[in-house]
Design a protein around this ligand. Structure first.
Ligand code: AMP
Length: 545
């Protein structure tokens, strides 16, 4: 017997309709390249999103055609999100930090027909336009005057201005493709993750829960995570479900001073981003002697979070840092770290120890860790294994690589995340490495992430990476590569002395080298493949290890 419930489809346009009905006066504040503070309401936003939908439809696109965006976080990009997907097209968000050849690859692979681009990225597109034959229309995300003379592009305001916004959002199957985001892996071509309306809506609803992001009408949310990086972790969809105020930082995402002014000026309560942006913010606050008064909590993920960052937010700003873990392939939310009632009586140090873990699985995400032979590892907080996941907002295949799932999914449909993790008896998962970055010394694994997280607690260390270097006796030993803070000149012995007692003795790096900067991917992750190439001939000193 089947239940007798209505079959209403979970569509992204249903979020727009709900927000228009229940939260029309909630606001969105944006910094754009040409306006330090733009403010309007959800009513304006979704009205203009409907104009975008009408304007795109007038181009004669077919259902599921790809419409790309190459833009920072601001109100026009948010309108495009809804206008594109709501009309039944696929919103392909492109990362402007990709190399030109990767841009060409993904535009051609996605067969984008339309591109909405921030004025500052237009030169990037002009350079590759003759290599992207599917691209028929380029819309510059500005007003008249944002399009350079001689260009065949049109400006966004003119593009939508001829349309009334009086629009009936189309109804279609909730499994229809809605958005496309390419992973910027460190090897090979980027792979496309194709989200559906259903997966997007479910993921956004899950994100709102009290033990996840806990967003309500009373919140003011600043996504520093870009709209081109896994849909800004779902924020553009979650916030309108509850009517939270949104603050979009535009092109100034990595600038500590701009972030501070936005956070305090707009009374932001929740901010989300990768660890590097918070380093810039914490540095600025310390130098300027200012405090984050309104901020209650920050969700930090995308890379491991050092204990020193959790402590700095707690001690200097009374802000709770919640770590999250996820992937482009997972929409992205997989785990979020929120302490349990049983942790209430613990000391600060004991609590931070738990907070440095990636967190517990959220409803909708199943997890397991497996050994090389596929057997499940125990959840004892000690045993390591390849982390596999399953759930309704996790990719079942990469776009146009549907016949390659044997490489990434097991026979029961579990997706291999490429991460190595432990899970403790309470279900707190901790990432120890990427599978490809694991250091194997004498048959045992050394966690490069633990070493890096500990090293950045040293006051003179800005960033640290650890890689395995060939060793005649132990197969591999760890080499630590450190970027000192500006003006600081720590020595090898300073760093090793600092690690002493904080890590297992046999994990101690055999050497420490200092560099001015580390190579990063387009999403800000340390490019260990490049480091391994760079240090492939490195001779470790005789340490007797
Ligand atoms: P992306 O698809 O660019 O979002 O990258 C996903 C990858 O980032 C994951 O597979 C992890 O390797 C890494 N990552 C994300 N969150 C965390 C975290 N909290 N701790 C350690 N690594 C993380």
């Amino acid at each position: 017997m089947q239940g007798l419930m209505m079959e209403r489809q979970l569509l992204i346009s249903s979020i727009a309709k709900h927000a228009m009905t229940f939260h029309p006066d909630a606001t969105i504040v944006s910094v754009t390249a040409d306006n330090p503070r733009h403010e309007y309401t959800y009513r304006d936003c979704f009205g203009r999103a409907a104009q975008v939908a009408q304007a795109l439809t007038s181009l004669g696109l077919s259902r599921a055609d790809r419409v790309a965006t190459l833009a920072w976080n601001d109100y026009r990009h948010m309108e495009a999100y809804y206008g594109i997907s709501g009309a039944g097209y696929v919103c392909h968000t492109i990362n402007p930090r990709l190399f030109p050849e990767q841009l060409v690859y993904i535009i051609n692979h996605a067969e984008d027909r339309v591109l909405l681009v921030d004025p500052m990225f237009l030169p990037l597109i002009d350079k590759i336009r003759d290599q992207t034959p599917t691209l028929e229309h380029v819309i510059v995300m500005g007003g008249p005057g944002s399009v350079p003379e001689g260009s065949d592009a049109i400006d966004y305001e003119t593009f939508i201005s001829g349309h009334s916004g009086d629009y009936e959002w189309p109804e279609f199957d909730e499994d229809t493709a809605a958005a496309l985001c390419y992973t910027s892996g460190t090897t090979g071509n980027p792979k496309g993750v194709l989200y559906s309306h259903r997966s997007t809506v479910l993921h956004a609803m899950a994100g709102l829960q009290p033990d996840i992001l806990d967003i309500s009408r009373r919140d003011c949310v600043l996504p520093v995570v870009p709209l081109f990086h896994v849909n800004a972790w779902g924020i553009p969809y979650s916030c309108p479900m509850v009517g939270a105020k949104i603050v979009m930082p535009g092109p100034k995402m990595g600038d500590g001073e701009t972030l501070y002014k936005l956070l305090s000026g707009e009374a932001v309560t929740l901010a989300l981003g990768v660890p590097t942006v918070w380093l810039a913010l914490l540095d600025y606050c310390e130098t300027a002697g200012v405090r984050l008064d309104s901020l209650e909590r920050t969700l930090v993920g995308g890379a491991a979070v050092p204990a020193s960052m959790i402590e700095a937010f707690r001690d200097q700003h009374d802000v709770v840092l919640q770590q999250g873990w996820g992937m482009t392939e997972m929409s992205p939310l997989g785990t979020v770290n929120k302490l349990l009632p049983k942790h209430d009586g613990l000391s600060d140090d004991e609590r931070v120890k738990i907070q440095t873990k990636a967190g517990r699985g959220i409803f909708g995400v199943e997890m397991k860790i497996v050994a090389d032979d596929g057997t499940e590892q125990p959840w004892d907080g000690e045993a390591y294994g390849a982390l596999r996941v399953r759930g309704p907002w996790i990719c079942s295949a990469y776009y146009r690589r549907e016949d390659e799932t044997g490489d990434t999914h097991d026979a029961d449909g579990w997706f291999d995340t490429g991460d190595v993790a432990t899970i403790d008896p309470d279900g707190f998962m901790a990432i120890t490495d990427r599978t490809k970055d694991v250091i194997k010394s004498g048959g045992e694994w050394i966690s490069s992430i633990d070493l890096e997280n500990t090293a950045v607690g040293h006051p003179d260390v800005a960033e640290a990476a650890v890689i395995g270097v060939a060793h005649p006796k132990w197969t591999e030993r760890p080499l630590m590569i450190v970027v000192p803070k500006p003006g600081a000149t720590p020595s090898r012995d300073d760093i090793l002395g600092y690690l002493d007692g904080k890590i297992a003795k046999w994990w101690t790096p055999d050497d420490v080298v200092f560099v001015e900067e580390l190579p990063h991917t387009a999403t800000g992750k340390i490019k260990k493949t490049t480091l391994r190439e760079q240090f492939s001939d490195y001779q470790l000193p005789e340490t007797g290890s």
